[in-house]
Design a protein around this ligand. Structure first.
Ligand SMILES: [Ca+2]
Ligand SMILES: [Ca+2]
Length: 199
């Protein structure tokens, strides 16, 4: 009887062991994506923090360096360069995006890719991250084409679980031109990952 029990246990063990190899490894390295946030009509804009209004999808130039999934937005569908030149405050229009990283997320890694016509400065949770182009509304004299290429910044150290706010100051250069030969726009994509190893 004892031998029969042992034989059954041995048979079951032999059945289970090969199947263990089919289970996914718990140590497999992975970098799950937690969140993607893009510019869209839930982006808000304001004049230096007052009267937040929704940004709108705007006319986009075919040569603008665009970003997958993200919309070009601005304070109006078509730019009025002369009106903007007269009315834009020093430092440009302020654009905001609020997003929430799930509480309990650990080892968060984040990047943002963005582009503006003509120039921008980027802040995450009020911390300055970087920029592209001159924030002077008269623009540079060098004929810079910063609007052609998106920039990517790592924002890991500025992120936190819970509510986060990205602020982008953006400005259109020069008073001359029509809405299509001197357009304005902003586009961005925030990507948040949860890493398995902290570097
Ligand atoms: Ca750029
Ligand atoms: Ca422009």
């Amino acid at each position: 009887m004892k031998h029969r029990k042992l034989a059954i246990i041995l048979a079951m063990t032999l059945l289970i062991i090969p199947n263990l190899a089919l289970l996914p490894s718990v140590n497999a390295k992975k970098t799950p994506k937690v969140l993607t946030v893009v510019s869209d009509d839930s982006t808000e804009w304001s004049v230096q923090g007052t009267n937040h209004d929704p940004a709108v999808e705007c006319w986009s130039h075919p040569e603008w360096g665009s970003i997958d999934e993200a919309t070009w937005v601005w304070i109006s569908e078509e730019t009025d360069p002369a009106w903007e030149y007269e009315n834009v405050p020093d430092g440009g229009w302020y654009f905001y995006k609020i997003f929430h990283i799930p509480i309990g997320s650990k080892k968060i890694i984040g990047t943002i890719t963005l582009n503006a016509d003509n120039a921008f400065e980027l802040y995450v949770n009020d911390e300055y991250i970087g920029g592209d182009g001159s924030m002077n509304k008269d623009g540079p004299d060098s004929g810079e084409c910063e609007w052609k290429t998106p920039e990517t910044f790592e924002i890991t150290e500025s992120l936190k679980p819970g509510k986060n706010i990205v602020t982008i100051r953006a400005i259109n250069h020069h008073s001359h031109g029509s809405s299509t030969d001197n357009p304005a726009g902003l586009t961005f994509k925030i990507s948040i990952f949860e890493a398995t190893e902290w570097k």
